[in-house]
Every structure is written in C-alpha cells, then in structure tokens.
Design a protein. Structure first.
Length: 59
C-alpha cells in the first residue's frame, strides 16, 4: 500500500516539475518527492506487515 502511495506521489511531483506549475511553499515538487520517499521507506521497512494479521501457522 505504501508503494502505491509512493508511486502516486512521485508522479505528482513529476507533473508539478515538468509542467512548471506554480504552487505554494507547502506543495512544491521537492516536498511531494520527500513524502514519496518516506512512503517508500515505510514500505521497504515492512510497516504495513502488521495489518495483514499474524494468525498464519507454520506446518
């Protein structure tokens, strides 16, 4: 889930940068890219693993 969010944030950052859209200081392409990197780091760290449930048994 975090990987999909990261991809969407990277795409938005690319569009803002490529189209040279004027935004306020909060929604610059660099800030959106950093949010995407944070989501990607959470995905790679396995932060969403707790949501799947730990009830599986080894056989």
């Amino acid at each position: 889930m975090f990987a999909i969010a990261a991809a969407v944030l990277f795409f938005l950052a690319f569009l803002i940068n490529a189209a040279d859209i004027s935004t306020n200081d909060t929604f610059t392409s660099v800030n959106i890219m950093l949010l995407g990197l944070t989501a990607l780091a959470l995905h790679l760290a396995g932060a969403a693993g707790w949501a799947r449930g730990r009830s599986s048994r080894r056989r």
